[in-house]
Design a protein. Structure first.
Length: 690
């Protein structure tokens, strides 16, 4: 709307003005000069060694837990709303509690790696985003591009690493909230008394979230326990977590010709009555860090996770009130994952550090189900009661093993130059159903360079470049036609280069980068005999440029803005449409917006008034591979305000205040169907620190 456009322009101008205001406030004439506070951020996802992101030759961003709390972030989309080059669509095929991230213009649910406290969450199959807890988070690390050495075949276009506060943290925090559509939550993070030198911490949360979509909500209970014992440079720790998630899924919106159909109501739900998408997950991890010999650190991590899923859902297949115009399926899935990693950090000399290690990832999943047809009114006014099939005559099964041995070296010949090189030998084995075992042995690796153009104290300008070569076995989504065969592995080569700047006096951080990533055998969704399936998509290319600036002023005022240009295209891919083979080379990749922009303003003192405002802009994107359905650009605004006093904080947060309902992700289950942006919502939260 015109009002939204004017608000957006004013908001951007306000963010642009923050550096001048911050500088004016940071050095008042009457006050003596003070040394600026430098808050170093640390990441470990790139090299498995703690490093400052500006000392790594890759695009890495660290989002602190303090910033998440200042933004009132409760979902992954909230947490990454200001991240450069990343866009997160809410919902998706995994239900209203899920999300679909996009890196470098590729919006695929399984193309990135989710790591939580050093352990891949989702293991050998797909990122377990619905089990992700953002309670008690210390930081979130976001790396754009693959991690071909440290994580190998499970990372492809990006890595998100969520790090919770350690068991040594003593502060406790409790909160309750309520909001639109019968939404409410309660949570507590607290220190757990333990003896024998162990320090422990727990988090418990319960939440229910409703939506404007008919008969759509989720109810989730989560628990997380961390305990650690330290002795000098040695550490031993355990973690345990569990999630019970019950979802009533929404329906994606059907595309008709060049856009979303106007014959179906905005929030209609075509699922059968009592539709469900329920998960029960529990797991644990054990880790050791030891200093061995002189200045050598050995680490070992092992984890186990079980997920049980129960599905009963359906999709509208015919835009008419004809009989059997909808199709559904019921399915139970059991997945077990095991992960282990051991590595050693070796200072080979004053100029060289080496990380050498090996890891193992095992996943076994079994699914049984059945399909059915039913009739649902096109208005969606009523839900159809469907007798759930009791004979589960379809199945999907996969057993996957990923082995890896890796070496990564960093060489610093002088204070201005830092070089890195790494290699990994990947061995994967996979069996689906009754088919034979497929084995792949592939090498992946990376090269990187960081050059300090200028440096004075903590202020600096650094240039970086990297090359990454990686591969990933084709995704397995437990579709009921998955046993038909194993697709070719995906492979990718990427080049990236850019500049990183940090100015402490002005408290400005800037990063710019360009990239190119060439894919072969990218896995995309298709339909086989009316059931969702996967296919290899020939050759595709993603390239572009990304920029981000972060300004920190006095009085706990900060601002951030980012812009990304993404150009994702098919290079050589032929697909059949209506019985005709069609070459898609030159077409833009579907659901990939060329322009992404975000800007945010945060006021977050320890005491007093707190506020946040975030503007997000998504450019036009094609809804389909043939590029015949172009979706308009749109902008959303999130804003929140509150007050902190002593141990109490109260705040109100609004999400998608522009109430845009545009298509943001494509279903891999329903044919030519798309999930919309969730509607405007407002929540009130009361928090207590003790």
């Amino acid at each position: 709307s015109m009002l939204t456009g004017k608000f957006s322009v004013l908001f951007v101008l306000a963010v642009a003005a923050v550096p001048r205001l911050a500088l004016a406030q940071a050095k008042p004439p009457a006050a003596p000069p003070q040394a600026p506070v430098v808050r170093e951020q640390v990441e470990v996802v790139a090299t498995k060694m703690p490093e400052v992101p500006h000392d790594v030759a890759a695009s890495i961003e660290v989002i602190t837990g303090d910033r998440l709390r200042a933004m009132g972030a409760t979902s992954l989309g909230d947490a990454l709303s200001l991240a450069a080059g990343v866009a997160v669509a809410p919902g998706g095929d995994n239900g209203p509690a899920g999300s679909v991230p996009e890196f470098w213009g590729l919006r695929e649910f399984d193309a990135f790696l989710l790591v939580v406290d050093d352990v891949p969450l989702g293991g050998a199959f797909n990122p377990a985003l619905t089990s992700l807890s953002l309670r008690d988070v210390e930081r979130v690390e976001v790396m754009r591009g693959a991690a071909p050495v440290t994580y190998g075949a499970t990372s492809f276009v990006g890595v998100i690493h969520v790090v919770h506060k350690a068991g040594t943290e003593k502060a406790s925090y409790a909160s309750v909230s309520g909001g639109a559509y019968k939404t409410g939550s309660g949570a507590i993070d607290f220190a757990v008394p333990t003896g024998g030198g162990w320090q422990s911490r727990g988090s418990i949360s319960f939440d229910r979230q409703g939506f404007t979509d008919d008969r759509t909500d989720f109810r989730r209970g989560q628990g997380l326990f961390r305990t650690v014992k330290t002795n000098g440079n040695n550490k031993m720790y355990f973690t345990a977590d569990g999630t019970v998630l019950n979802q009533s899924p929404a329906s994606p919106h059907v595309r008709e010709g060049g856009g979303l159909s106007a014959t179906t109501p905005l929030d209609a739900n075509y699922n059968p009555a009592d539709a469900r998408l329920n998960d029960t997950t529990f797991g644990g991890a054990f880790g050791i860090e030891r200093q061995v010999m002189t200045n050598r650190t050995w680490s070992f991590t092992a984890s186990y996770r079980h997920t049980g899923t129960d599905i009963f859902r359906g999709f509208l297949m015919d835009l008419s009130n004809s009989a059997n115009n909808a199709a559904g399926f019921t399915e139970t899935i059991d997945v077990n994952d095991i992960y282990a990693d051991t590595h050693m950090v070796i200072p080979a000399s004053a100029q060289t550090r080496i990380v050498a290690g090996a890891d193992y990832l095992f996943g076994n999943g079994e699914a049984k189900g059945a399909t059915f047809h039913y009739t649902v009114p096109l208005s969606g006014a009523t839900a159809t009661s469907v007798t759930e099939p009791t004979t589960l005559d379809k199945d999907a099964e996969a057993r996957r093993q990923f082995f890896g041995a890796y070496v990564l070296a960093e060489f610093t010949p002088n204070s201005r130059v830092k070089l890195s090189a790494g290699g990994r030998v990947n061995g994967t084995t996979e069996r689906r159903g009754e088919s034979g075992t497929v084995t792949n042995t592939k090498f992946s690796g990376s090269l990187g360079g960081l050059f300090t153009l200028w440096e004075q104290g903590p202020d600096h300008i650094k240039l970086f470049a990297n090359y990454r070569d990686t591969f990933k076995p084709a995704a397995f989504d437990f579709s009921l036609v998955e046993n038909e065969g194993i697709l070719k592995p995906e492979t990718a080569r990427s080049f990236e280069g850019g500049v990183k700047m940090f100015d402490v006096d002005a408290r400005v951080e800037f990063e710019a980068s360009v990239f190119r990533m060439d894919f072969k055998n990218l896995v995309t969704a298709t339909v086989v005999n009316g059931l969702p399936s996967m296919q290899n998509a020939g050759t595709t290319r993603f390239q572009g440029a990304e920029f981000a600036v972060d300004v920190r002023g006095s009085h706990n005022v900060s601002a951030r803005a980012s812009y990304s240009f993404h150009d994702g295209k098919f290079v050589d891919f032929t697909q059949q449409f209506d019985g005709v083979n069609t070459q898609l080379g030159g077409n833009r990749f579907e659901m990939s917006a060329r322009h992404l922009f975000s800007a945010g303003l945060l006021v977050s003192p320890q005491q007093g008034f707190v506020a946040s405002a975030v503007l997000k802009y998504t450019g036009d994107r094609y809804l389909n591979m043939r590029n015949t359905a172009l979706a308009d650009p749109f902008a959303t605004i999130d804003a929140g305000a509150g007050y902190r006093k002593d141990r109490i904080e109260i705040r109100i947060d609004g999400r998608n205040l522009t109430n845009r309902r545009d298509a943001v992700s494509e279903s891999e289950l329903g044919d030519a169907q798309y999930y919309r942006m969730t509607a405007r919502r407002v929540d009130l939260t009361l928090g207590i620190r003790f």
